[in-house]
Design a protein around this ligand. Sequence first.
Ligand code: PLP
Length: 357
Amino acid sequence: MLEATPNGGPNVPPAMMSEQALADAIATLPRERVAFLPTPLEECPRLSQALGATRILMKRDDLTGLAFGGNKGRHLEFRMGDVKAKGCDVYINVNRWESNDARIMAAACAKLGVRYVLVVRGGVGKPMEANLLLEHLMGAEIHPLETMDRDETNQEAERIGLQLQEEGYTPYVYHQQPFARVAGTIGYLEATVELAAQLAERNIHPDYIYGVAGTSMAGIALATKLLGYPWKVRAISSGDRRNLGNMMLEYGQEVQDILGLPDCLQPDDFGYWDEYIGGEYAVPTPDSARAIKLAAETEALILDPVYTGKALAGLMDHIDQGLVDSSDTVVFVHTGGLPNLFASTFRESLSDAIGSG
Ligand SMILES: Cc1ncc(COP(=O)(O)O)c(C=O)c1O
């Protein structure tokens, strides 16, 4: 766990800029509006009751559209803006077979008429189901590779890029585009303002915003600091990189530079926990399986086995440990990832953990 003196409480620092000034800075970027926004903010009374009365609301970013939605619906609006602004006509992505990013970029490319090439790390022999099935349906040109090595798979993407260039295309190779990496942080600056307006309208004053550590939570932490929102931001890692807390800081700082925002994000502006990853990335833990089951049976709210299940398991443990109190209010950001629930690999590990239910 890593949480120094988080913002929030009676000593909330004042806003460093207005919501309008932030919106104006974001509006300077090219953008393709394809996601369903704003997403709903849902009260979860039965889940709250099951967890000892802490009030819980879900920010339903699993409902952003684009082939089963997710946080990347917000990211890709800026990525695709960059693609179009650079005059590119092929998007080349490299990712794992479980990747939600790979699926939602396939959706964006299909919708906007951009050719989509996907190099899949460790993709050889993977069954055509879940995200992979959707990618095939949406016309992705899939290159499965045996190797999981990032350098090797990136080189393959670059090789395909050069070949397409010779054929007259203008490719956008994801890992060679630093902006594409932080587009999610920009999307979540705006998501935080959207959430603040929904909360104000309903006179709700959360103590914490919880979610999966990554570019999105970096945006929430940065917007919270810039705009002086009175809540603490807590990020639970589900990822394979145990230094994701440091990376969140880097994402925030890069976005400050891109948008010319005050240089403000500090390590103690958000809490970060990586102990809920369990043994491995993309392998559900018994606690995450229990969290998925509880959310489903109390609220018909479906979480995913790679990311949000582990994040809710983290929140549940924080409630057990007293890091969140029964009088507190929490907004949990549901970042999506739902197709993976239908992948046979996860079905087995989930049914092991859940039993017959
Ligand atoms: C469903 C889901 N939630 C959260 C994340 C965390 O990362 P980020 O915020 O960078 O998208 C991911 C990353 O792939 C994801 O697929």
